[in-house]
Each structure stands twice: as structure tokens, then as C-alpha cells.
Design a protein around this ligand. Structure first.
Ligand code: NDP
Ligand code: 8X3
Length: 255
């Protein structure tokens, strides 16, 4: 097992759920590898948490395969063998109908939420196996991966991929002691909607008005719990939604 505290590698640690996970894993004593595209945010996190636990930061765009190899291959020894991987980096772009969507937006969601996630996973899997029983891959999926809604098109489909990839991955690595979880949140207040609406803060504010959405910390608490369960316990999928977010009945089109 671990002589020192275990290491968690987090993608998209600069905001929202990823940032909250950095704080929660730090509070639980984990050493942190924090990645994201925004260097200044990573520096702030390192300054905030560096006195508490060992922290390594690296600028990483998960849609850049060369960067994934460069960042993971240059991890300092203390951080080189993570015991948990939190595949959190992701985004939605646009909420209009599919027939009006920007194909570039669709490609970016696929490159980030699917290609980025599988690339980071493939790169770190041997090290997770090496780190021993109880290693965990937590993939941040979404309720949108199962529940269709207008404007959900490619975003929801990327999260459906995350769910099935998580299950298939588990088939291969569980014999090596590695657990895999699809952690699927519902509506969570973060920069997610601002990004989806391309910086239109009015739409983002309206989306959350009059609701009590999940806060990123509500999800982070679950992530730490999943990673700290006894090694023989694997939560395969955990869906967490705010009480205010309900399913809708079928919408029947009539003449
Ligand atoms: P935020 O926009 O607040 O955070 C997204 C994070 O992903 C940021 O840290 C961003 O960092 C990072 N990111 C985006 N693109 C890339 C990229 N190409 N490479 C590396 N990092 C990237 O949103 P959330 O915290 O809400 O989203 C986190 C995850 O949770 C996503 O996978 C999202 O799909 C999922 N989710 C969100 C829900 C919600 O309602 N908010 C509900 C269900 C799931 P940076 O810009 O610095 O690179
Ligand atoms: C995002 C959740 O409900 O906004 O993954 O689509 S939702």
C-alpha cells in the first residue's frame, strides 16, 4: 500500500466540480495533481492547498494528445503513480436544436468529453494498476447521458458514452484491483452554463433562478467517498440530482 498519502489526478480542476474535488480530496489528505487549461487558476489552487497537502499542477488541454503524454510522463516521482483518476474535464456547447447546431461545437464536445477522457485514462491506467488494490477511475458523466432533452443532442450522447465506457473499462481492470465509477450529476451550479451559452451570463443566471441546484461540493463529497471505500467495494454508477430537478413525461406532438 501507500507509504505516503495517495495521489489523485484531476482533469478540469480550475472550476466547478473539479475545483471542489481538489478541495475535498485535499481535506481528506490526498496529494493532488491538478490540471486544466487556465494556468492562473491552477496557481491559485496550488497557493491555497499547497500548505495542506503535496500539490503538483500542470496546464493540460485534454483534447491535445501530445500534451497528455507530456504532462503524465513528466510527473515528479511523488505524483507519478496516482491511486485515483478523476476524469472531470468536460463541457457542453450550445442548447439550440440539432439542425441549427455548429458542427465545430459538436466536435469540441466529442474531443473533450470522449477523446480527452479516454486518452487520459489510457495513459494513466498502467500506473493506476501499479498503485495497487483500491485504485479508482471516477468518470464524471451526467444525468444527460440517459435523459434526452431538446438541445441535449451531442452533449448527452457524450455522457452516454462515458457511462458505457466506464462499465466496459471495469470489465478489463477489475481483476487488477482498479474500480471504475460513472459519477453522474444533475444540474450543478458552476461555470458550465456560462460556457454552454458562450459567455451569456443572463441566460446562465436565468437557468438557476428560483432553483436550488447542486453545488460542486455536493458532487465532490461523493467523489471522495467513492475513492475511499474499501477496495472490494465498487460503486459502478452514482446519479446525484438536486431535489428540484424532475423528469418530464413524454411530450406527444399532435396535429
Ligand atoms: P465548469 O465549466 O465549471 O468546469 C469545467 C472544467 O473543465 C473546467 O475546470 C475547465 O478548465 C475544464 N475543461 C474544459 N475543457 C477542457 C479541456 N479541453 N481540457 C482540460 N480541461 C478542460 O463545469 P462543471 O464543473 O459543471 O463541469 C465539470 C464536469 O461535470 C463536466 O464533465 C460536465 O460535463 C459535468 N457535469 C456538469 C453538470 C452541471 O450541471 N454543471 C451536471 C453533470 C455533469 P479550463 O477551462 O481551465 O481548461
Ligand atoms: C449537465 C446536466 O441537466 O444540465 O450535465 O444537462 S444538465
Amino acid at each position: 500500500m501507500h507509504e505516503a498519502s495517495p495521489v489523485v489526478f484531476i482533469t478540469g480542476a480550475t472550476s466547478g466540480i473539479g475545483r471542489a474535488c481538489a478541495l475535498r480530496f485535499a481535506a481528506a489528505g490526498w496529494a493532488l495533481v491538478l490540471t486544466g487549461r487556465r494556468q492562473a487558476r491552477l496557481d491559485e489552487l496550488a497557493a491555497e492547498l499547497g500548505d495542506q497537502v503535496p500539490v503538483h499542477t500542470a496546464v493540460l488541454d485534454v483534447s491535445d494528445p501530445d500534451a497528455i503524454v507530456r504532462v503524465t510522463d513528466s510527473l515528479p516521482e511523488r505524483f507519478a503513480t496516482p491511486h485515483a483518476l478523476l476524469n472531470n474535464a468536460g463541457l457542453a456547447l450550445g442548447k439550440g436544436p440539432a439542425q441549427e447546431a455548429d458542427l465545430g461545437d459538436w466536435q469540441r464536445m466529442i474531443e473533450t468529453n470522449i477523446t480527452g477522457l479516454v486518452s487520459v485514462t489510457r495513459q494513466l491506467l498502467p500506473r493506476l494498476i501499479e498503485s495497487g488494490a483500491g485504485a479508482t477511475v471516477i468518470n464524471i458523466g451526467s444525468i444527460a447521458g440517459r435523459t434526452p432533452y431538446p438541445g441535449g443532442h451531442v452533449y448527452g450522447a457524450t455522457k452516454a458514452f462515458v457511462e458505457q465506457f466506464s462499465y466496459n473499462l471495469r470489465c478489463d481492470v477489475s481483476a487488477h484491483g482498479v474500480r471504475v465509477t460513472d459519477l453522474a450529476p444533475g444540474m450543478t451550479e458552476s461555470e458550465f452554463t456560462l460556457v454552454r451559452m458562450k459567455g451569456d451570463a443572463g441566460v446562465a443566471d436565468d437557468y438557476y433562478r428560483g432553483t436550488q441546484p447542486l453545488q460542486p461540493d455536493d458532487v465532490a463529497v461523493q467523489a471522495v467517498q467513492i475513492a475511499e471505500l474499501p477496495p472490494h467495494v465498487n460503486i459502478t454508477r452514482l446519479e446525484v440530482a438536486p431535489l428540484c430537478q424532475q423528469w418530464a413525461p413524454f411530450n406527444v406532438l399532435r396535429d
